[in-house]
Ligand binder design. Sequence first.
Ligand code: HEC
Length: 206
Amino acid sequence: MKRIILSAAVAFTGLFAVANAPQAANSHVDANCNLTIPRDNMTNRDAHDVYLCLADTLSRGYLTGDKRWIPREFVQDFRTWTPASTLPADPGTHSGRFLFTYVNQVGAAQYTKYQESNFTMPVGSVIAKESFSVTKKGKAKPGPLFIMQKAAAGASPKTNDWYYMMVSPKGKPLSVNVFRACNDCHEGFADSDYMGYPEEEVRRRF
Ligand code: HEC
């Protein structure tokens, strides 16, 4: 029970931080969320400032329109889940985007162990990863919301029972060949039940 209360408090704090953090006076991010310095000089803190500035645009964009085969509550609620990142980071995958990861209550305890082998994520786990990119000149651009859902054992043997989903920055559910576009890469993390995890230095630990 303690653990549940704790993770709820952390999730709430995460949401609060995204929604309300004021921008510092010496921030390198302008009112349009663009960097005032080149991307190559960008620090983690700058990435975080871009994220705080873009957060509302991202969630409004993802929620626009019909979600079709994607459960709307995933898109609506993910910011209330447990954040698994401390900062948005660019791991060099997902097309050079900065990523920020949230895990729902079913999956949070297991995911945030960042275990490398000998486990399976609980059925019903959902992980959502929002993204944005920054051009060389510093222009910030919203990116897609990436989602993985752990289905019942045997539901999708080719993907180790993961369903992959993607919502465009304008809210359109993107239909892609998930085997090629997602699973071919994620199955490379077979030992950790297809979980790639955020970069070491931005993993939020509990
Ligand atoms: C080229 C490899 C690659 C491709 C292609 C790829 N991913 Fe990922 N994915 C990763 C890596 C690496 C991580 C962990 C990166 C991080 O968070 O810094 C990750 C993390 C994730 C996560 C968070 C759960 C986890 O694994 O830690 C989700 C959700 C996700 N990807 C969804 C998708 C979806 C949906 C697609 C297809 C549209 C996709 N990914 C395509 C490599 C890939």
